[in-house]
Design a protein around this ligand. Sequence first.
Ligand code: HEC
Ligand code: HEC
Ligand code: HEC
Ligand code: HEC
Ligand code: HEC
Ligand code: HEC
Ligand code: HEC
Ligand code: HEC
Ligand code: HEC
Ligand code: HEC
Ligand code: HEC
Ligand code: HEC
Length: 308
Amino acid sequence: MKKYLVLSAFSLFAAAAVFVLVAACGPTGRTGPAGDPGTAVREEAAGSGADLYKKDIKPMAPEECGRCHAYQFNWLKDKGGKHRQDCVFCHEQFHAYNPRLDNWDALMPKCADCHGMPHENGFSDCMECHRQPHAPLVIDFAILEQPISGEGGRTELACAKCHAGEGTEFADFPSKHNSEVNCNGCHAAEHGAIPSCLDCHSPHLPTQEYGDCLECHAPHSAAAIRQYSENVPNVACSACHKEVYALLQGNVTRHSAMQCATCHPTHGQIQGCRDCHGEPHGDVLHQRFIDCLECHIDPHNLPINLRK
Ligand code: HEC
Ligand code: HEC
Ligand code: HEC
Ligand code: HEC
Ligand code: HEC
Ligand code: HEC
Ligand code: HEC
Ligand code: HEC
Ligand code: HEC
Ligand code: HEC
Ligand code: HEC
Ligand code: HEC
């Protein structure tokens, strides 16, 4: 930011210098009304002397600029996005470059004049990433995945600086993805690409699709099983809990109609019988048998143990 302020102060100074020089040396390709020469012009025969300069010049349309500047025009045409404006919307002044004045930088439009600093964390050298001003969304992925120096001299990726939410989650819930894949390993090849888990993993069950994975795994904290919904199908749990699943589905009690996730709302959590049923049989019985399962055997296989 400081660097930018110094730069912009410098460019203001440079612009002022150019203005003085331009005022002294005469008008250039500045757009807008040409302005009065100031002094009265002597009448002369048409087609000679000062008359030659009496006519207002019609500004060129972009396609006319494009005749000579096909390179810039074609970038705008093909990939210009919202930069597909009139050239002079940005190039208020042009064809005024003079190596002796060393005024190239002063002439060129400045991203920050229109955009300010849109990214946090000091990405002030806009054209380091946005290399083609006439196609501002064309950004080379190789630049984004270059390691930069981060906190405490560690090298890191720029990704997390702009995507702070994902970056923080990723750092707070480390898994093998941090050491073996990282942001650019999953979001590979081009900026904004979204991977499928199935690009690299087989599903737990052959019927599962990519969208099912996100029910239990958040992509940026994949090893910490997330809060799944109560509707997650029982068969999804069966991939790893075959016996319990077989017992429950093979049963004809009213528990069989229930979702695993109703009794196990987060992975590994177990709701007790009393959380739902209280103590239905009267104090005497419950004081004698603390554990409901002494008679009811198994919540997934409820036939009542009549011998107790
Ligand atoms: C949205 C703003 C914008 C528009 C619209 C725009 N330019 Fe540019 N142009 C820039 C910027 C920014 C730069 C380069 C800045 C730098 O190099 O510091 C630039 C640079 C240039 C250059 C210098 C060489 C180069 O490619 O870097 C030429 C020539 C040029 N533009 C021509 C055009 C023409 C012709 C059009 C219309 C067909 C046009 N520009 C439209 C912003 C614009
Ligand atoms: C007849 C050909 C021609 C046309 C038409 C033309 N230019 Fe240029 N322009 C040039 C040449 C030649 C240069 C200098 C070499 C270079 O940088 O490509 C140049 C340089 C530039 C530059 C960079 C240097 C500077 O002094 O600004 C910009 C910006 C620019 N032109 C913008 C425009 C815009 C905007 C239009 C239309 C309004 C336009 N040009 C129309 C030939 C043309
Ligand atoms: C003269 C003003 C001006 C300059 C200079 C300028 N831009 Fe823009 N830029 C705009 C406008 C206007 C838009 C469209 C904004 C909108 O509609 O949200 C835009 C849009 C963009 C977009 C989004 C494009 C899209 O299609 O969604 C990017 C990225 C961008 N500018 C980057 C830059 C960069 C980088 C520079 C310098 C190289 C720059 N701009 C210079 C005016 C400018
Ligand atoms: C480290 C690389 C990098 C730098 C440096 C950088 N940008 Fe960006 N910028 C990006 C990326 C990546 C995007 C997202 C592009 C997309 O949507 O595909 C982006 C998007 C934008 C957008 C589009 C608006 C939005 O938020 O979606 C604007 C405007 C923009 N940048 C302007 C600038 C300006 C101005 C500077 C300099 C002050 C700058 N950028 C510096 C990488 C960078
Ligand atoms: C300079 C800032 C910047 C950097 C650096 C950056 N991005 Fe982005 N990224 C953006 C912006 C701006 C967008 C578009 C707006 C949005 O969706 O947030 C975007 C979009 C994305 C998207 C698409 C989001 C969606 O909703 O579809 C993904 C994925 C992404 N970036 C991943 C990455 C990865 C991975 C890296 C590092 C290799 C990275 N980005 C580097 C600014 C940046
Ligand atoms: C294991 C692969 C993987 C890794 C590693 C990974 N992501 Fe993602 N990322 C994904 C998937 C999958 C999605 C799509 C999630 C969805 O559709 O809900 C995503 C979505 C995103 C989005 C878009 C968010 C949105 O809400 O649209 C951004 C931005 C992003 N990731 C940035 C990052 C950053 C930054 C890193 C590194 C800190 C990173 N990712 C690491 C797989 C990964
Ligand atoms: C670009 C390849 C890639 C993608 C895409 C990917 N992973 Fe991974 N994943 C790996 C690698 C490599 C490992 C570490 C080696 C292993 O365990 O297979 C891993 C490990 C894991 C682990 C174990 C983590 C640990 O620390 O034990 C889980 C859980 C996981 N992935 C889930 C997912 C989910 C869910 C998705 C989709 C959001 C996904 N992965 C997308 C490559 C990937
Ligand atoms: C119903 C919840 C659930 C769904 C849906 C789910 N997972 Fe898992 N996954 C888990 C649990 C729980 C673990 C942890 C097992 C452990 O701790 O060993 C796990 C572990 C993993 C692992 C680590 C290695 C392993 O096999 O133990 C990978 C890789 C993985 N899942 C990928 C996926 C993919 C890919 C999908 C989508 C096709 C998916 N998961 C869908 C719950 C789920
Ligand atoms: C990818 C395999 C996998 C999937 C899918 C899976 N689990 Fe597990 N589950 C495990 C493993 C491994 C353990 C034991 C290690 C642990 O405690 O994390 C476990 C532990 C449990 C426990 C605790 C057992 C105890 O003795 O404390 C319960 C309850 C449980 N899972 C229920 C579920 C439910 C409900 C689902 C479906 C929403 C499910 N699991 C999906 C692998 C899985
Ligand atoms: C998440 C709540 C929940 C938990 C935990 C729970 N149950 Fe149930 N249970 C139910 C519901 C709902 C029914 C069906 C009630 C109905 O239809 O009136 C039921 C029915 C029953 C029935 C009657 C079965 C039938 O087919 O008539 C028995 C016996 C029972 N539960 C015992 C238990 C025992 C023992 C435990 C602990 C191991 C337990 N329950 C844990 C919710 C729960
Ligand atoms: C009515 C509530 C209820 C339902 C529905 C239910 N469970 Fe359970 N589950 C329990 C209770 C209560 C326990 C603790 C039993 C104990 O203390 O021995 C338990 C224990 C477990 C355990 C660990 C002990 C063991 O038996 O391995 C796993 C794993 C498990 N359940 C998985 C599942 C799966 C998978 C489903 C769906 C197919 C499911 N549960 C459906 C209530 C339920
Ligand atoms: C001494 C054995 C025993 C113990 C201990 C026991 N139960 Fe039962 N329970 C039974 C019997 C027998 C039935 C069947 C009654 C019937 O069919 O009317 C039953 C029925 C039930 C029913 C179904 C009631 C209905 O109206 O359909 C529920 C719910 C239940 N028990 C919950 C519990 C809970 C919760 C506990 C622990 C706090 C528990 N039981 C402890 C023997 C027991």
